[in-house]
Design a protein around this ligand. Structure first.
Ligand SMILES: NC(=O)c1ccc[n+]([C@@H]2O[C@H](COP(=O)([O-])OP(=O)(O)OC[C@H]3O[C@@H](n4cnc5c(N)ncnc54)[C@H](OP(=O)(O)O)[C@@H]3O)[C@@H](O)[C@H]2O)c1
Length: 336
């Protein structure tokens, strides 16, 4: 394989605990002639998502596991560099589930054209106007149903989905409390994303800190982490509260049975609702979310911070960053 040969990253072992470099292997993408109807796409950027850790297990989820030996599944975008498909002219940028590969052969199915010429902005296409932004928008609006004046609490609040939820809830007139790890991320929540208060879960005593930050209780909890933080929130729900179950990252590297919640009976006395959702169910409504968020982005009230690592070989490191809180904003991997 020469230095310029395109490569793809394959899953070769199911990680136990934190994913290791040896769970993956870079293999050359066989270079071949295009068949009629095909295009060759140079993949430029891929999104690094916590859910990838679940796709690497045998666990049943909304998508099947990635099989051992397969190219690792990922959302991304790239540009057509050669084509035998009139609908995919050279220069077209395509977005969708590209996988972690520098080169993709495609007939265009499952990929969406997103312009030609100038490269798309990863902060928009993979973050605010991509699956991350749609997750935040529809999870908060449809499941959380926040009303102006209510208290919204968000976990992993300095991350990609979380920081978008914080800013949307503020824009919709709520009082917002973000939970994040460490003083730097907590300061960022208030100073950059406009949260009213921040709770550093790594400082301990999350329950007490939540009581101080939310003296009237919690109307909406947007949960990205599960585990002990979810339990601490459940004890502080207001009447008719809504708990949006978006993710449970505190459990994704678990090597024993995931930690269940113990305070679920608090849902009874609060007449509260706890509901999960998956963003793919809302993809057909993407334009609605983008139209609602675009003016906030244009006015600077909705910021999309991204954290870019370069090089396909750094995928395991990028995933570990997301799973351990090393990322500052939406984690993206630039390929090739
Ligand atoms: N339901 C859906 O359709 C859907 C779609 C997309 C994403 N999600 C979920 O949304 C969540 C956020 O995803 P994202 O892409 O925006 O990632 P992200 O928030 O940018 O990155 C993950 C963050 O989780 C925090 N974290 C890691 N381990 C933790 C722990 N043990 N306890 C508390 N926080 C921890 C870290 O922040 P700290 O430094 O603050 O610890 C880390 O930065 C994930 O659970 C993901 O699975 C769900």
């Amino acid at each position: 394989m020469t230095a310029s040969s395109p490569q793809a990253l394959h899953l070769i072992a199911r990680p136990a605990g934190e994913p290791k470099d040896s769970d993956f292997e870079l293999r050359p993408v066989p270079v071949r002639e295009l068949a009629e109807g095909e295009a060759r796409v140079r993949v430029s950027h891929v999104s690094i998502d916590p859910a990838m850790r679940i796709w690497m297990t045998e666990q049943k989820s909304y998508w099947p596991p990635v099989a051992l030996g397969e190219v690792m599944r990922a959302a991304g975008y790239g540009q057509v560099v050669e084509s035998r498909n009139a609908r995919l002219p050279v220069g077209t940028w395509l977005s969708g589930m590209t996988g972690i590969t520098e080169m993709l052969y495609t007939d265009g199915r499952g990929l969406r054209p997103v312009g030609s010429g100038e490269a798309p902005d990863p902060a928009r296409i993979l973050h605010l106007f991509g699956a991350t932004g749609l997750t935040a928008y529809f999870g908060l609006k449809e499941i959380g149903q926040p009303k102006a004046g209510e208290t919204v609490v968000v976990s992993a609040a300095a991350g990609a989905v979380g920081s978008t939820v914080v800013q949307l809830a503020k824009a919709w007139g709520c009082r917002v409390v973000g939970i994040a790890g460490g003083p730097a991320k907590c300061a960022q929540l208030i100073e950059e994303f406009g949260a009213d208060a921040a709770v550093d879960y790594k400082a301990g005593e999350v329950g007490r800190a939540l009581s101080t930050a939310c003296p009237e209780g919690i109307d909406v909890y947007f949960d990205n982490v599960g585990g002990d933080i979810l339990d601490a929130v459940l004890k502080r729900l207001r009447m008719h509260a809504r708990v949006v179950v978006c993710g449970g990252i505190s459990q994704y590297n678990a090597t024993s049975a995931p930690k269940g919640i113990v305070n679920h009976l608090a849902l009874i006395s609060a007449r509260a609702r706890m509901e999960g959702f998956v963003v793919i169910d809302y993809l057909q409504r993407a334009e609605e979310a983008i139209a609602a968020m675009a003016p906030l982005v244009a006015s600077g009230r909705l910021k999309g911070k991204i954290d870019v690592l370069e090089g396909i070989a750094r995928f395991p490191e990028a995933l570990r960053r997301v799973l351990s809180g090393g990322n500052v904003g939406k984690q993206v991997l630039a390929l090739g």
